[in-house]
Design a protein around this ligand. Structure first.
Ligand SMILES: [Zn+2]
Length: 301
């Protein structure tokens, strides 16, 4: 699992809110729709709340709102998603705004829950992802359009969520969660691990998290079957191990002398070729977090 944290995320969330707000404010059948919703929110959550606060609630605020709502489940029955079910929100410049805008603006290309499957808009009607409601529409309808409650995810992960009996604990947008402290790790079982993929395992190292964070992240691992999924990528990890053993500094130098200026522009391109050109934008390429962590453990980067 990886974080979704582009630098302009606040701006993207603001555009999302503006689109919804404009749609409500310009409703031809009910000129007071926006006012009514804001009033409804104040009545239920208190004077300090309005549509903007609900739509732009941070992951931590969403959690508080969800806990509060669990206490008062019968009080609030408004379903904003039904209010807005046409899915044709207008942005400021009168362009339609849909779920597909979110993934385009975020620039995310890989499912944040599994970091295995590509997610993208194929064309205007088809996409390889779904927007998961971190807090479900059924139990928390008033959070159905909150920006940080909408997680672009692959069909596999979202499908697992539909059958879940537990709640996902870690929100990929949660900037307070220390994603950088989680690592994939090789667990060596037998000395022939460098050519036998049955001789090692891929495990999550959560030891740098505090106990609560460990428990929360473990819940995510369990819900998305991440350990099982990653077992299927052992052949790929074996290649990384073998590259580590065969591409010594001297060999890289030899490759550079032989292919520098023809196949490779510079020495960095050779090391990039060895370690899959991994950078820290994990949401751009499948398995990038796994590749990064294992390459680091092996001393490739
Ligand atoms: Zn996924």
């Amino acid at each position: 699992m990886i974080a979704i944290n582009p630098l302009n995320i606040i701006e993207i969330a603001q555009t999302h809110y503006q689109a919804i707000r404009n749609y409500l404010a310009n409703d031809k059948k009910d000129k007071k729709k926006l006012d009514k919703i804001n009033q409804n929110i104040k009545t239920h959550f208190g004077e300090a709340y309005n549509l903007e606060k609900i739509i732009l609630a941070t992951p931590r605020e969403l959690k508080e709102l969800a806990i509060e709502e669990n206490k008062n489940k019968s009080v609030f029955k408004e379903n904003y998603y039904n209010y807005l079910s046409s899915n044709k929100f207008y942005t400021i410049d009168n362009q339609y705004y849909r779920g597909s805008n979110i993934i385009e603006s975020l620039g995310i290309r890989v499912c944040p829950y599994c970091n295995r499957n590509f997610i993208y808009n194929l064309n205007k009607k088809r996409a390889t992802y779904q927007l998961d409601h971190f807090y479900s529409q059924t139990h928390f309808p008033f959070l159905a359009l909150s920006f940080f409650n909408l997680i672009p995810s692959c069909v596999t992960c979202n499908g697992l969520l539909e059958k879940k009996d537990k709640e996902v604990k870690v929100n990929p947008y949660d900037e307070m969660f220390p994603f950088e402290k989680i690592r994939f790790e090789l667990k060596i079982l037998k000395p022939d691990f460098y050519y036998n993929k049955d001789s090692f395992d891929i495990v999550f190292d959560l030891s740098h998290l505090n106990p609560q964070q460990q428990a929360d992240f473990q819940t995510n691992i369990d819900i998305f079957h991440l350990e099982l999924h990653y077992k299927t990528h052992k052949s790929y990890v074996l290649q990384l191990i073998q590259r580590n053993l065969t591409y010594s500094e001297a060999y890289i130098q030899e490759l550079y002398e032989k292919f520098g200026g023809t196949v490779f522009e510079n020495k960095e391109q050779i090391t990039g070729f060895i370690n899959e050109n991994i950078d820290k934008n994990f949401y751009l390429r499948p398995l990038s977090k796994l590749t990064h962590d294992i390459a680091k453990e092996l001393g490739l980067i």
